[in-house]
Design a protein around this ligand. Sequence first.
Ligand code: DGL
Length: 270
Amino acid sequence: MSNNQPIGMFDSGVGGLSVLAELHALRPTETILYYADNAYCPYGLRPPEEIRERSVAIARLLVEQGAKAIVVACNTASAMAIDHVRQQVPGVPFIGLEPAVKPGVAMTKSKNIGVLATPRTVSGERLRWLIETHGGDVKVHSVAAAGLVELVEAGILSGPRVDAALRPFLDPMIGAGVDVVVLGCTHYPYLRSAIQAYVGPEVAVIDSGTAIARRTQSVLDVAGLLSASFEPGTWSIQTSGDVAEVGPVAELLTGGPVAILHRDPKARTD
Ligand code: DGL
């Protein structure tokens, strides 16, 4: 493994680009291979077995393309699949993410925080463990926010459709007196402005993007794999979906032209 190799990163779709942006800001000389599994998006409604299969197939593809480490830029895949992927694809460090429950608990004064996440993340063991371990005397209101991923995938980030989609999730949180909303899905930072406007300025809206970027830096540092280049790193996107659909949304989210290719790794049985 050499430090000039790229970092692999994947998500069910374009949401993990919010993590790519944080990592690129922190380590601008790293080259990043981003995989968006749009043909299978959203993961939040798929069976765990299928999420595991897709995660392994994508991780193998990224390793074949030279990834020195892989960031699982998806809370759902991290919760459902990361242990399995580590087992199936040995020899490369994996960095997963989880909802920022611990920082949310540390911030709240009202002793009530909300967690917005996908149905799979909300019903998963990992979130239950996080709440049991870090929740203390804070009441954590977790909401399975079905439908928000689809809005981001369609490039709809604000306006009446977004507010209408947010209402059933955020109104009960506001009613319960939350003063922190944790964004437990990497798609949701793209809805941050709409969410912040909905809950008002007194409520903090937080995510895990900066934390996972720092964690990735530290894992690479310990392994001696941080890029030694002085040149700016590049990044590119591969998708199992339709590049004509995904490309423009990726450009909207990243604010620039993107290099995007279609590629769909099928699950292997070996
Ligand atoms: N960005 C993924 C996450 O962080 C979305 C999962 C989905 O496709 O439902 O959970």
